[in-house]
Design a protein around this ligand. Structure first.
Ligand code: FES
Ligand SMILES: [Fe+2]
Length: 407
């Protein structure tokens, strides 16, 4: 659950090294025993979950939601490539000429700030022969294609098409980079892949992205741009992206069993969950710190899940975010960004200790998620049940997915 991820900042490379890799002898959909997936089978899987059944009587979505490549394709089309998606934080594009790249499904994108300070997003694909254009992140005054040198401004305009003398019916103005709609909310950069208009929408994006939870999250200190970014940690996890989200959304259910060290810092009986249109918020009070140590967890932690795949955790002086990006049906990348109150920036000991504690929680969650994925791929499992008093945010997540996927 949220707390599992957030309360303990983490560090990934050691974790990855220590983690045994789940190996599969055969592709997951064969292991799952399903028929060859088709669009029709994905739609049948969607229909196999009934959001109208109350939580106490409901069964969970079938395992095919977590194993079927066609189901993931439907999710990409209907969920990820529609509406606002978190793609990064404003510190990555703080200065003119800053840029970063990313991928969601088959969409390759680049986010950049031009010399005039204006934020842009484009498909990161050269208009000549489709080479990827920019790579990684950093600073550039223009994007020069590594293949044949076509060069674009950070405003997307094609500045130079090399060696095109003799070309006919070609207008450089028609060959700029294809735009993607981009906006910021607090410290977060958001993109809409179903909309290429470039009008500024920062004033309305909070409502569009977060709905009625927007004000509450602002009051919880989640929209602050004043917390410096400390570090980013990335984990490749051998599980469907929703397994990671489900783990976050179980209302602290797994904490006493899976996160012994973390459980001692929380008052799990204080756990409360509220759901909004596309957001669920879990809150938990912390146990008082044992010594005069700085309290890493603060007095109350807020764990906000923003549908479909973004988690914002605010506790004590820390904020961290977790973005669960699907790589394929049974693998995801989870990106953690850590932000810290400025007053503690120089306390390297506190920072190191917090990140180490978080890493411990991440490793525990990764082992859980990879174990669940293997269980989902077993012929022994088809559907499960919800614990009604704690897993309401998870049920809310599944209902939102069902609504998007069947729409
Ligand atoms: S593919 Fe980019 S210049 Fe040729
Ligand atoms: Fe956890």
């Amino acid at each position: 659950m949220a707390m599992a991820q957030s309360l303990a900042p983490s560090s990934s490379s050691a974790a990855r090294a220590a983690r045994p890799k789940a190996r599969r002898a055969v592709p997951s959909r064969v292991v799952a025993g399903t028929a060859a997936a088709t669009g029709e089978s994905a739609r049948r899987l969607v229909a196999a979950f009934d959001p109208a059944i109350p939580l106490a009587s409901a069964v969970t979505p079938p395992s095919g939601w977590y194993t079927d490549p066609e189901f993931l394709q439907l999710e990409l089309d209907r969920v990820f490539l529609r509406g606002w998606q978190a793609v990064g934080h404003v510190g990555q594009v703080k200065n003119p000429n800053d840029f970063f790249t990313g991928r969601l499904g088959n969409v390759e994108f680049v986010i950049c700030r031009d010399a005039n300070g204006e934020l842009h997003a484009f498909h990161n694909v050269c208009r000549h022969h489709a080479s990827l254009l920019a790579c990684g992140s950093g600073q550039k005054t223009c994007f020069q294609c590594p293949y044949h040198g076509w060069t674009y401004g950070l405003d997307g305009i094609l500045l130079k098409a090399t060696r095109i003398s003799g070309i006919k019916n070609f207008n450089k103005n028609d060959f700029g980079l294809i735009p993607i709609k981009v906006a910021t909310w607090g410290p977060f950069v958001l993109a809409r892949f179903d909309d290429s208009s470039q009008n500024t929408v920062n004033d309305v994006v909070g409502d569009e992205w977060l709905g009625s939870a927007s004000d509450l999250l602002s009051r919880s200190g989640i929209d602050t741009t004043s917390l410096p970014h400390i570090c980013r940690r990335e984990y490749i996890i051998e599980c469907n992206w929703k397994v990671f989200c489900d783990n976050y959304l179980d209302g602290g259910y797994h904490v006493p069993y899976a996160h012994g060290a973390l459980a001692s810092g929380l008052q799990l009986q204080s756990y409360e969950t509220s759901t909004y249109e596309r957001v669920s918020i879990q809150r938990c009070e912390s146990a008082p710190p044992e010594q005069e140590d700085i309290d890493r967890l603060g007095t109350k932690a807020t764990y906000a899940f923003v549908y479909p795949n973004f988690m914002i955790n605010r506790y004590g002086p820390w904020m961290d975010t977790n973005l669960a990006v699907p790589l394929d049906a049974t693998r995801c990348k989870v990106v953690f960004d850590y932000f810290l109150d400025e007053s503690l920036l120089d306390d390297q000991n506190f920072v190191d200790r917090s990140l180490k504690d978080s890493e411990q929680v991440q490793m525990e969650d990764i082992a859980l998620c990879e174990g669940v994925q293997r269980g989902l791929e077993s012929a022994a499992y088809s559907v499960g049940r919800y614990a009604p008093s704690v897993e309401m945010a998870m049920h809310h997540f599944h209902c939102l997915l069902h609504d998007n996927l069947s729409g």
